[in-house]
Design a protein around this ligand. Structure first.
Ligand SMILES: NC(=O)c1ccc[n+]([C@@H]2O[C@H](COP(=O)([O-])OP(=O)(O)OC[C@H]3O[C@@H](n4cnc5c(N)ncnc54)[C@H](O)[C@@H]3O)[C@@H](O)[C@H]2O)c1
Ligand SMILES: [Zn+2]
Ligand SMILES: [Zn+2]
Length: 362
């Protein structure tokens, strides 16, 4: 089969590799129908994730069709259309039993395209299939559910739920990349009073408006703390989310929150950030962190099915799966291409464009 293989920092190829086979009785083999690329894949390609070894197939977000199941798989069968979660769950360890699949001790967690071969390929081996895939209702297209593999549950669980967004809240979201935008979409489920998006890039702030931000602040040009204090009678936001992953934006998110408010960190950090306890200790502020568990996939899928959540705005570009190399170029150059998420369509994808060349849809 063909797959997108990581060959060490800065190097990738669309290579011919062996077809995956069942190794454990809880495995399934899935034909990949539709997949996408994540900012984390770009981090791996930069060499920021040393656990990922050269030769690994990248990707952790896909929709596919079950081809074969191991003897221990009972809830899905060949022919079933399924969403693959970016987080696998053994279903048996202490953390899986609490719904904290991201922390799985039994060989699950974020493993696809990280510790084992991923899903930017024609086929993938899916461990713990019973606990890690979700059947897709017939009337939903691949693309409608694809972003449930990672970004929607990440922003919902680690942002909106950890940040305890309530009706009427002022929610400040630092960073309007796919994660910040997914936070806007899922925060809206709770009818906040105002959603304020902050970013350095005007193109991302324009996207934030399309996704439902009430107000945008370019913090390269405007003082974000002064702006948010002005909007909140000098108190600050009820909840602020960090959706970038650098020290400055964590510190900014902490500066934006009101006494008694919540700072939900979503970004993946590679460097220490300052925690200004000397200012925070007296303000009753709650700070949360988290790796996505994806326990909310089924709930969010029901909201998509009922028309209350529409992730279709994320899909800015579509490519044939065999054009994954070009899709990476477009996604890497998001500043110029305007890419939010690129959709990779296999031959059976319900989202396949008529041509396999790049087809910008927005
Ligand atoms: N916690 C989790 O489980 C989890 C899961 C997935 C992704 N993430 C992380 O979430 C973060 C966001 O992901 P993404 O895909 O949206 O990333 P992205 O790089 O596409 O978007 C980040 C956005 O932040 C903006 N930005 C950069 N510096 C800024 C600053 N100083 N002030 C304001 N905005 C700034 C950029 O312009 C960009 O629009 C990343 O760190 C990613 O690794 C976390
Ligand atoms: Zn991802
Ligand atoms: Zn587990």
């Amino acid at each position: 089969m063909k797959a997108l293989v990581y060959h060490g920092p800065g190097q990738r190829g669309w290579d011919t590799v062996d077809d995956p086979t069942i190794i454990d009785p809880t495995d399934a083999i899935v034909r990949i129908d539709t997949a996408t690329i994540c900012g984390t894949d770009l981090h791996i390609l930069k060499g920021d994730v040393p656990e990922t070894t050269p030769g690994t197939i990248l990707g952790h977000e896909a929709v596919g069709t079950i081809q074969e199941v191991g003897a221990g798989v009972t809830t899905v069968a060949p022919g079933d259309r399924v969403l693959l979660s970016c987080v696998s769950s053994c279903g048996r360890c202490r953390f899986c039993k609490e719904g904290r699949y991201g922390q799985c001790l039994g060989g699950g967690g974020w493993i696809f395209g990280h510790l084992i071969d991923g899903v930017q390929a024609e086929y993938a081996r899916v461990p713990f299939a019973d606990n890690s895939v979700y059947k897709i209702p017939e009337d939903l297209s691949d693309e409608q559910v694809l972003f449930l593999a990672d970004i929607l549950p990440t922003s919902f669980e680690v942002g909106v739920l950890n940040g305890m967004v309530s009706p009427g809240d002022v929610v400040a979201i630092v960073g309007a990349g796919p994660i910040g935008l997914a936070a806007i979409l899922t925060a809206r489920l709770y009818t906040p009073g105002r959603i304020i998006a902050l970013d350095l890039a005007d193109s991302r702030l324009e996207a934030a408006e399309r996704f439902g931000a009430d107000l945008t602040v370019n913090n390269a040009r405007e003082d974000p703390v002064a702006r948010i204090m002005e909007l909140t009678d000098g108190l600050g936001a009820d909840a602020s989310f960090e959706a970038v992953g650098v020290p400055e934006t964590f510190e900014l998110a902490a500066d934006l929150v009101r006494p008694g408010g919540r700072v939900a960190n979503i970004g993946v950090h590679g460097k220490p950030a300052s925690l200004h306890l000397e200012k925070l200790w007296i303000r009753d502020v709650t700070i949360t962190t988290g790796l996505v568990d994806t326990f909310s996939i089924a709930q969010l899928m029901r909201l998509i099915a009922s028309g209350r959540l529409d992730p279709s705005l994320f899909a800015t570009h579509r490519f044939g799966l065999d054009d994954t190399m070009a899709a990476y170029d477009t996604f890497t150059d998001a500043a110029n291409s305007g890419a939010l998420k690129v959709v990779l369509c296999g031959t059976e994808s319900t989202s396949r464009p008529s041509r396999t060349v790049a087809a910008a849809v927005a």
